[in-house]
Design a protein around this ligand. Structure first.
Ligand code: NAP
Length: 254
């Protein structure tokens, strides 16, 4: 075991990463596996989850893929039961699965609002409520929620998404205060513009306008976000809770 892996103290830990089949979630799953954790990747059924698992298993052969919709209460209850039965513990939860359904408020449908709030906020409330039980029992846990820079700044056309992401930051601070005495930390990582399928939909003009606002001069890579998540999940971040780490190339400095 390398000194870095030892210092991160993640060997033998079990980490559930939602939305681990692609983009930022896949990079997080690979990085936590590289640091010694066993991973349960939770994503919708697709070929991508199998591909992601292959990459994760290079570092952590006992990792597995669990195909499920995070908005389904029974599926998440079953996933937590399965994780505890199969791996005997549930140490780290990364709430990363997320979607966008952009529209100007005047045109935004109830369905666009409801779907984004359901995936990006309500499902996280439910899964976190399930996950903190084994963490409290074990007197150790790490919950990392993937927010967004626009949860702080707002963004025209994303009232639903920004409401969910801003809500996630408040949610994390409240839960952090509830579970701190049990040695469970709850933090957010707020990415800026990261090159993934989600931002691949941007028109070239929009991409140029965003790049002009990033002092470090480029979009981030999923691995940039994964590094911050792996630090927060590690033993080295034991005294950090209720915090949000911004990974945005300097485009927003709170
Ligand atoms: P992505 O490539 O579109 O990946 C999203 C992941 O979430 C996929 O694995 C997807 O699985 C999964 N997912 C979506 N809905 C799900 C559901 N109902 N149940 C289970 N899994 C579901 O997006 P990304 O860019 O990596 O984004 C990851 C997170 O970072 C999101 O929370 C996003 O809001 C946040 N973020 C991204 C950026 C950015 O610039 N990319 C910036 C700020 C914040 P399937 O593909 O199988 O559906």
């Amino acid at each position: 075991m390398s000194d870095l892996v030892k210092a991160f103290g993640m060997a033998g830990r079990v980490a559930v990463v939602t939305g681990g089949s692609s983009g930022i979630g896949r990079a997080i799953a690979i990085e936590l596996a590289r640091m010694g954790a066993r991973i349960v990747i939770v994503s919708n059924e697709s070929i991508r989850i199998i591909e992601a698992l292959e990459e994760v298993r290079v570092f952590s052969p006992d990792s597995e893929a669990y195909e499920a919709d995070v908005t389904s209460r029974p599926c998440m209850e079953e996933m937590v039961r399965h994780t505890l039965q199969q791996h005997g513990r549930f140490d780290i939860l990364v709430n990363n699965a997320g979607i966008t359904r952009d529209n100007l408020l005047l045109r935004m449908s109830d369905d666009e609002w409801d779907k984004v709030l359901e995936v990006n906020l309500t499902s996280i409330f439910r899964l976190t409520r399930l996950a903190i039980k084994p963490m409290i029992k074990a007197r150790w846990g790490r919950i990392i929620n993937i927010a967004s820079v626009v949860g702080m700044t707002g963004n025209a056309g994303q009232a639903n998404y920004t409401a969910a992401k801003a809500g996630l930051i408040g949610f994390s601070r409240s839960v952090a205060q509830e579970v701190a005495s049990r040695n469970v930390t709850v933090n957010c990582v707020a990415p800026g513009f990261i090159a993934t399928a989600m931002t691949g939909k941007l028109k070239p003009e929009a991409r140029e306008a965003i790049l002009a606002r990033i002092p470090l001069g480029s979009m981030g890579a999923p691995e940039d976000v994964a590094m911050a998540v792996s630090f927060l999940a590690s033993e080295r971040a034991r005294y950090i809770t209720g915090e949000t780490i911004h990974v945005n190339g300097g485009m927003f400095m709170p």
